[in-house]
Design a protein around this ligand. Structure first.
Ligand code: SF4
Length: 218
C-alpha cells in the first residue's frame, strides 16, 4: 500500500475510533480535580509517576496551606516538598512547582499563559502537560500522549511501533481532527484503565472497538 493510501486508511480508522469511544465514554474528562488553571498546572506536575486519585488528595492539603499562586510562589520549596512527598519525586516536583508559581506570579499576573510555547518554557512542563492545559483550560486543539494513549494507539493500529511521546503526538496530529484531540485522548485513558489494560491481558472480549483494532485478541 502506498504511504498516501495508508494515511487515508488510518484517518478513516481514527474517525471510527473517535465515534465509538464517544459513545462508550461520553463524559470522559480530566480526572485531576481543579477549579483554577494554575491548580491543574500543579496537579499535572504531581501526577508524574503517581495516580490522579492520590494527587487529588495531596493537593487539598497543599491548597489549605497555600491557597493561591502568590502564596505558593512565596513558599520555600522544602515547605511544598513536605506536603507533596506522598506523590513521589517530592524534591524535584516541589522545586518545579515553586519555580513555576514564581514565574506565573512575576511574569503573568498569577495567570497561566494560554500559549503552547510559553507553557513549555515553564519549569516541569513538557509537551504532555502543555497539551493537557491547552485542551482542558483553553479548549484549544490538543493531543495528550500519556502512557495509555501511546499503548492504545499502537495496539489499535493508528501508529506502528512508535513509543516516543512526541513522535506519537506528531503522528496523531495528522490523523485526528483538531477539535477532537483532547476528548479523544481523555477517552483513551478511560479505555486504557478499564479495558485495554497495561498490566493484564487486554479485555478484547468486551472492547467496543474490537472489530476495528489491529491487535484484537492477540
Ligand atoms: S481490541 Fe483489545 S487490544 Fe484492541 S483496543 Fe480493544 S482491548 Fe485493546
Amino acid at each position: 500500500m502506498t504511504e498516501e493510501k495508508e494515511g487515508l486508511k488510518k484517518k478513516e480508522l481514527a474517525l471510527k475510533l473517535i465515534e465509538r469511544l464517544k459513545t462508550a465514554y461520553p463524559d470522559a474528562g480530566c480526572t485531576l480535580d481543579y477549579d483554577d488553571a494554575w491548580k491543574l498546572l500543579v496537579s499535572v506536575r504531581l501526577a508524574a509517576q503517581c495516580t490522579d486519585a492520590r494527587v487529588n488528595v495531596v493537593v487539598e492539603k497543599l491548597y489549605e496551606q497555600f491557597p493561591d499562586v502568590a502564596a505558593l510562589a512565596a513558599a520555600e520549596p522544602e515547605e511544598i516538598e513536605a506536603i507533596v512527598r506522598p506523590c513521589g519525586l517530592g524534591r524535584s516536583k516541589a522545586r518545579d512547582i515553586s519555580a513555576c508559581m514564581k514565574i506565573l506570579n512575576d511574569q503573568y499576573q498569577g495567570k497561566v499563559p494560554g500559549d503552547f510555547d510559553a507553557l513549555l518554557k515553564l519549569p516541569g512542563v513538557g509537551r504532555k502537560s502543555a497539551n493537557l492545559i491547552m485542551g482542558d483550560v483553553f479548549q484549544k486543539p490538543a493531543i495528550v500522549t500519556d502512557t495509555h494513549c501511546i499503548r492504545l494507539v499502537n495496539r489499535m493500529g493508528l501508529v506502528d511501533g512508535i513509543r516516543d511521546p512526541k513522535k506519537v503526538e506528531m503522528a496523531l496530529w495528522k490523523l485526528i481532527p483538531p477539535k477532537e484531540g483532547s476528548d479523544f485522548c481523555h477517552r483513551l485513558v478511560c479505555h486504557g484503565r478499564d479495558i485495554c489494560t497495561a498490566r493484564t491481558k487486554p479485555h478484547c472480549d468486551r472492547c467496543c472497538v474490537s472489530d476495528l483494532c489491529a491487535r484484537a485478541g492477540v
